[in-house]
Design a protein around this ligand. Sequence first.
Ligand SMILES: Cc1cc2nc3c(=O)[nH]c(=O)nc-3n(C[C@H](O)[C@H](O)[C@H](O)COP(=O)(O)O)c2cc1C
Length: 343
Amino acid sequence: MTMGPIANRYTRLSDIEHPIVQEGLGPFRTPKLAAAVSNAGGLGTVSMPGFPRDLAEGAREFRAHIEECAALTDKPFAVNVPVGVDGDGKVLEFTDTYIKTALRAREEDDRIAERLTVLTTSAGFPGAYVAPIKDASMVHQHKVGSTAQAVKAQQAGVDAIIAAGFEMGGHAPSKGVHTYVLVPSVAAAVDVPVVLSGGAKDGPTLAAALCMGADAVAMGTRFIASEENSDWHPYYAQALLAAREGDDIAFTGVYGPCRGLRNRASLRLAEEHGETTNPAELLRWKIESMQRAQTEGDVEDGLVLAGQVTGAIQDMIKIAEFVPAMADEAAAVLDRLAPGAHS
Ligand SMILES: Cc1cc2nc3c(=O)[nH]c(=O)nc-3n(C[C@H](O)[C@H](O)[C@H](O)COP(=O)(O)O)c2cc1C
């Protein structure tokens, strides 16, 4: 892999040029987005496809997304599978099915094995999956929302930690520690590479992440508003670009607190706290209304997941140019502050 202006232990671990990750954006389609980010020298991620009533159908869809991404890039890319747990701490069936789907895709297709080299778990503790992911010779990164979870994940054997702070889009960690507090604590507590997630958007924010002890940034919201994200309805990106500071809101999502745009759908959840409707029906409504926002562009009655950084993003990007420019800009910021210190 060619070395970019910021090469470090995370770029070496993931075999990428720039320490810039497009993170999991389930339950939405991201094979084209993932391939665009990987082709630009970052690490793209194919997202989990959701929770269809027939899980076998979800597994087929996930496999199709992995195949589509592998056909669009010859660079490394990741998949994200959240670890869902029930009230007794038992891992939910979709997690097991989707992790096995990813591992089987690699076993059955050399092209996929060559490119799908990173598996990102998130939400619950991934302990049971560390060994199978390692046996498959994949890099295992796990997303956490607290320093204690980071230490526990490192002890279990993961290769990198994604430290996700309060301002992140989508399902936020329940402790809600802000990125500025969380990342330095995690970086001091673990030896493995740390990736900041939540609020990153450009060169200065990447430089700031590195200053706080992170080795890379992972972004969701910034990449949604991009020319290459042609799988999403254009109204979704337009709603993110139109949003200003304060237009985001936290509500109860599928696995706990979730951040998105303030609209009719999210206000309904924020006000009702899910108390007035049948829980199973409410869960299905949440998932379907998220997907309606992405596929039909229903940004008023659909849930538009997005981070606080949406208020600071006002332009569409072209990923092919944006990723290398972001790394160059971060290197220039660091050089201005401490010449030569970033490499
Ligand atoms: C639309 C959307 C969907 C998301 N879906 C997932 C998901 O399926 N799994 C996951 O681990 N994180 C998910 N997240 C969180 C992102 O992976 C990432 O942590 C977050 O976007 C980082 O914050 P940022 O939006 O400020 O960049 C989602 C975020 C958004 C905006």
